[in-house]
Design a protein around this ligand. Structure first.
Ligand code: GTP
Ligand code: MG
Length: 356
């Protein structure tokens, strides 16, 4: 298994708890990509360094870790550095030159996970558009060095060609996406008369587990981030009359790359058109209040703030009685449950039916 090292800059506005939670989450993201996380390098700074993210001393420390012969000094040599900040293409290049390791930022990691997990035609095209937009300026940064060396006057350069190829490919993908989306709009409009509930929430909260339990469908459940990238719609089971349709959606995360948010149109549309949002929260995650805030912010951003919603705290089988009481105090209107307990799922089903 390849090794990864996490790198973070703690800015003055970020408290210790939020900073650690963010690195924990980054660690989970990087593991989802198949890396073993071998350590963390952190620096408190008032601003991120414009050239190399970290200050000179920290950068040398980092270069020492990436240059160490494997197996010595206890820590294996990392193949990948993951920066918990959005960084520019030139910062990536400078860090790669200083350390000799490959460098990705948080957005890049999320982009890779989406790329690997996308299954449906729509998700694949959406991810490719977002990825191309993310990668294009970075590739340009990598090739601009060699272009400068060759000198001008040779007509169209590789970079110009690349730029045109990217533009053409984007246009082609967007056209294809429009076709696919016309179909899914049509399918969605055919469902417009049904009673609809959407499961929304932070990634790994247990949305798909609840989807399975409520509808008997075989959607993928996995202890990894962004297991679900496709919207699935199934009827509540046992069936009600009229039927209630339940939708499983892609999860949210803090600092989701902008192009990815924009591209997950069908998930967002499903959420907007539902009569009820079940906002699922992993009660056992120490950062669940932060996650809840992120989900609410994204819902507001996509204009879903006015859709009636119900907070559902999942995984309470992992909480002590005291923690459960505390949660109930903080969120008196929320449902507390575990998707693993049939009685809890039955109560959720009843709450949905009562809503309608
Ligand atoms: N202990 C416990 N684990 C749960 C519960 N519900 C889900 N899980 C586990 O949590 C992990 C994530 O569950 P999923 O249902 O895939 O979560 P999700 O919200 O669909 O995640 P993404 O699709 O990746 O955004 C899986 O390993 C589940 O088995 C629960 O009530 N209790
Ligand atoms: Mg899921």
């Amino acid at each position: 298994m390849p090794f990864a090292l996490l790198v973070g800059v703690q800015l003055p506005a970020i408290d210790d708890f939020a900073y650690a939670a963010s690195l924990d989450e980054l660690s989970h993201l990087v593991e989802t990509l198949g890396y073993e996380v071998v350590g963390r390098v952190s620096q408190k700074r008032s601003v991120v360094d414009g050239k190399t993210v970290l200050g000179k001393g920290k950068l040398e420390e980092l270069a020492g870790l990436t240059a160490a012969p494997p197996g010595q000094g206890g820590t294996p040599r990392p193949d990948l550095l993951v920066i918990d900040q959005e960084i520019s293409p030139s910062q990536v290049r400078n860090l790669e030159q200083a350390t000799g390791a490959r460098v990705l930022d948080r957005a890049g990691v999320i982009m890779e996970i989406f790329h690997r997990h996308a299954r449906s035609r729509e998700a694949r095209v959406q991810v490719e558009i977002a990825r191309l937009k993310y990668l294009a300026p970075r590739l340009r940064e990598m090739s601009s060095g060699s272009e400068r060396q060759r000198g001008a006057g040779a007509g169209e350069t590789d970079v110009d060609l690349d730029r045109r190829a990217v533009r053409d490919r984007l246009a082609e993908l967007k056209e294809r996406l429009e076709d696919i989306q016309r179909e899914s709009d049509w399918r969605r409009s055919a469902r417009a008369d049904h009673l609809r509930v959407a499961l929304v929430g932070y990634t790994n909260a247990g949305k798909s587990s609840l989807m399975r339990a409520l509808t008997g469908s075989e959607v993928l459940v996995a202890d990894r981030l962004f297991a679900t990238l496709d919207t699935t719609v199934r009827a509540l089971r046992p069936e009600t009359s009229p039927r209630v349709l339940v939708t499983d959606t892609v999860g949210f995360i803090d600092k989701l790359p902008h192009d990815l948010v924009a591209s997950f149109r069908s998930t967002l549309a499903e959420a907007l058109e539902a009569s009820l949002l079940l906002h699922v929260v992993d009660a056992s995650d120490p950062g669940h209040e932060l996650q809840l805030g992120v989900t609410r912010a994204v819902l507001r951003e996509i204009g879903a703030a006015d859709v009636p919603s119900r907070l559902v705290f999942n995984k309470i089988d992992r909480l002590s009685a005291g923690e459960q009481a505390d949660l109930r105090n903080r969120h008196p209107d929320a449902l507390l449950l575990s998707s693993l307990r049939p009685d809890d799922v039955a109560a959720l089903r009843q709450a949905i039916i009562d809503f309608f």
